[in-house]
Ligand binder design. Structure first.
Ligand code: GLU
Length: 372
């Protein structure tokens, strides 16, 4: 079976984000660098650059490289499988430099120039910083460098983490208005009962049940790839989950070969920059709304008003992103709130006694809101 849709899409694509997972970089069994997989990635990048495409790389592997290094020094140390976050943060610090050293050597051999960009989710939570990161990455691309992005694990505590690089790469793809995100993985693609699913135009909750969590050094797994696929469908970014061990997989994908799993929408969606930011930034809490407000949001295109809110969770300030849920705990969307959790809670407790005019009526404006 061929994927003719790629032929037309390929012409439109200017900028591609490629993400490579840890298990393709360091073999979790042997602890050796997977040189062939990395050369395969480089050959794919060379092919795309020849076709005048801009390429941005998101690479995991800092923790895996750190683990490799520390094992080489002291065979007895229980490095990776020490579950502490602090140990992983230390391993990332040791490994990031090793990873980049290795990349620098092999990319240079192939006449490619690279630069390093380390990001935390906190940087993405502040719109100003988020936009600046985008400008810097674009400048690097203009200078003909391939930005190699990773999460700055060493300074990212659990609370402020992206969590995995699938999500980080999707957020980067949306920020850079890239048309395609390639997720290179150690499996064939998204599988249901042993059969690879070739194309997906939507991601339903029952599909998610077939997607498993991470293995080996990885922290994403298929579950996070589908979750990211869903967000990317909303943001207008196509996603190709491709088997990174397959020789020339990127070239074959663009040659319309049926490899991996392609998540796309037939009609190209367009989402404003501000809404993309809302989609990918970390939510600080949730507001729970009643049925009337749910209908108004879903059917009438209304803003979220204060009198539809019944419950509040989390800690947030005016200007933060929160999730909007109904009273059955179903996520309906997310948006930027005009009030802090403190004031909103106060309003809910005392609404019959207080002067309502001192509170905003519109809690999330329609322009600052995105539905599931
Ligand atoms: N940032 C982590 C690393 O470089 C990997 C995160 C992930 O596997 O998604 O090791």
């Amino acid at each position: 079976m061929s994927r003719k849709i790629i032929e037309n899409r390929f012409k439109e694509i200017k900028r591609i984000v490629i993400k490579i997972g840890s298990n393709l970089i360091v073999d979790p069994q042997t602890n050796q660098i997977c040189e062939e997989n990395i050369q395969n990635l480089i050959n794919g990048i060379l092919f795309l650059k020849k076709k005048q495409k801009e390429v941005i790389l998101v690479s995991s592997g800092a923790v895996a490289f750190g683990n490799k290094k520390i094992k080489a020094i002291n065979q007895n140390i229980n490095s990776f499988f020490s579950n502490s976050i602090i140990r992983k943060q230390a391993l990332a610090s040791i490994g990031q430099i090793e990873l980049m050293n290795y990349y620098n050597q092999v990319f240079q051999k192939n006449h490619l120039k690279i630069s390093q960009v380390l990001i935390t989710a906190k940087d993405f939570g502040e719109r100003e910083t988020y936009l600046n990161i985008g400008h810097t990455i674009q400048e690097l691309v203009k200078l003909d460098f391939i930005p190699v992005i990773n999460e700055n694990d060493t300074v990212s505590t659990d609370e402020i983490k992206f969590g995995d690089n699938d999500f980080l790469s999707a957020a980067v793809a949306a920020l850079l208005n890239s048309q395609l995100l390639i997720l290179l993985t150690s499996v064939e693609g998204f599988m249901i009962e042993g059969k690879r699913i070739s194309n997906l135009e939507s991601i339903s909750p029952d599909l998610m049940e077939h997607a498993k969590g991470p293995t080996g050094f990885g922290s994403g797994g298929m579950n996070s790839k589908l979750r990211v696929g869903k967000l990317c469908l909303q943001a207008g970014v196509d996603v190709a989950i491709l088997p990174g061990k397959l020789k020339n997989v990127i070239q074959d994908f663009f040659g319309c070969e049926d490899v991996g799993t392609f998540i796309f929408s037939k009609e190209k969606k367009f989402l404003k920059a501000r809404k993309k930011w809302i989609l990918f930034s970390r939510s600080r809490g949730s507001v729970f709304i009643d049925e009337g407000a749910e209908k108004a949001l879903l059917n009438n295109g209304s803003s979220l008003l204060i009198n539809g809110i019944k419950k509040v969770e989390g800690k947030f300030l005016s200007g933060d992103v929160v999730e909007i849920k109904n009273l059955q705990n179903t996520i309906l969307g997310r948006g930027i709130v005009n009030i802090s959790d403190k004031n909103l809670k106060k309003y809910l407790l005392e609404k019959n006694k207080i002067d309502k005019s001192s509170y905003p009526t519109e809690i999330i404006h329609r322009d600052n809101l995105i539905l599931e």
